[in-house]
Design a protein around this ligand. Structure first.
Ligand code: FES
Length: 234
C-alpha cells in the first residue's frame, strides 16, 4: 500500500486502499464542526488521483494535466512535521502545532480559537480544544493532556478521503489516514503520518501537501480574514 507522486502528474495509489468522499460539516455560522456524508467511491487495486485540479473525472486523473503544463514540483521537506513543529503549553495541556501542514479546514478557529481555549483552562474549553485538534485532517494539531498523560490522536484505518468543505463551499484536499506511505517523485518517502492532507487543486505552495489555497479567492480571503480577525492568512 502506498501513494506514489508522479512528476507533474497524478498520485498513483496502489494496494487497494479504500477511497471515500466526505464533507467537512459546518454550523449555521459556517464554522467547521465535524464530518458528514461519508460515502465509498468505487476503486479497485491501483488507481490514479488528480493533483492538478483540472480533471473532468475527479477525483481520478483523466490526463488533463498534460494539456496545460501542470507544474507539480514537490517543494515540501520530507520532514515537514518534524521541522515545523512548535509547542504551546499551560500547566495542564501541551499543544503540538506544525503550522506548515495547515489545510485551512478551520476547526481550530471556532470558539475564540484553540490557543485561547487552552489558555482559558476550564474543562469545557479544554474539551472543545481537544475536539478541534482531533478533527484537524492535516494532522497539524495534537493536544497532550499532561495530567491524564494521553493525546488526542485517534487510531485510523488506512483509507483515503476526498474532502468537500461545506463552510467554504468548495472542494477540499485529499485526506490520507492510517500511516499510508507517501513516496516522492525522487523515490524517497515522506514522514509516515497517521493523518495528513495532500493538495488536489494544484495550487499549493507546499506540494505535495495542502496549504489551503483551494478556497482562497480574494473575496473568500477577505471574508474569512474578518471573521477570524486575522491580518494575514498566508
Ligand atoms: S493530475 Fe491528471 S488530470 Fe489532474
Amino acid at each position: 500500500m502506498k501513494i506514489k507522486i508522479t512528476k507533474n502528474g497524478p498520485y498513483i495509489v496502489t494496494g487497494s486502499i479504500p477511497l471515500y468522499s466526505e464533507t467537512i460539516a459546518c454550523d449555521e455560522k459556517g464554522n467547521s464542526v465535524g464530518f458528514k456524508e461519508k460515502e465509498k467511491i468505487d476503486s479497485n487495486g491501483t488507481y490514479t488521483l488528480c493533483r492538478c485540479g483540472k480533471s473532468k473525472n475527479k477525483p481520478f486523473c483523466d490526463g488533463s494535466h498534460l494539456k496545460f503544463d501542470f507544474d507539480g514540483t514537490e517543494v515540501s521537506s520530507k520532514k515537514i512535521y518534524e521541522e515545523s513543529l512548535t509547542t504551546f503549553e499551560t500547566n495542564k495541556i501541551r499543544l503540538d502545532d506544525a503550522i506548515e501542514l495547515c489545510d485551512h479546514s478551520s476547526f481550530c478557529q471556532n470558539n475564540e480559537g484553540i490557543r485561547k481555549l487552552i489558555e482559558n483552562g476550564d474543562s469545557e474549553s479544554i474539551k472543545i480544544a481537544k475536539e478541534q485538534a482531533a478533527n484537524c485532517p492535516s494532522g497539524r494539531l495534537l493536544i497532550w493532556d499532561k495530567e491524564k498523560k494521553e493525546s488526542t490522536e485517534k487510531e485510523y484505518e488506512k483509507e483515503i478521503v476526498i474532502l468537500y468543505d461545506q463552510g467554504k463551499d468548495c472542494e477540499g484536499p485529499i485526506w490520507v489516514k492510517g500511516k499510508i506511505p507517501i513516496e516522492g517523485e525522487d523515490g524517497e518517502f515522506y514522514e509516515n503520518r497517521n493523518r495528513i492532507t495532500l493538495c488536489r487543486c494544484g495550487k499549493s505552495k507546499h506540494k505535495p501537501f495542502c496549504d489551503g489555497k483551494h478556497w482562497m479567492s480574494p473575496e473568500m480571503e477577505n471574508k474569512f480574514r474578518k471573521k477570524w480577525n486575522l491580518k494575514d492568512l498566508e
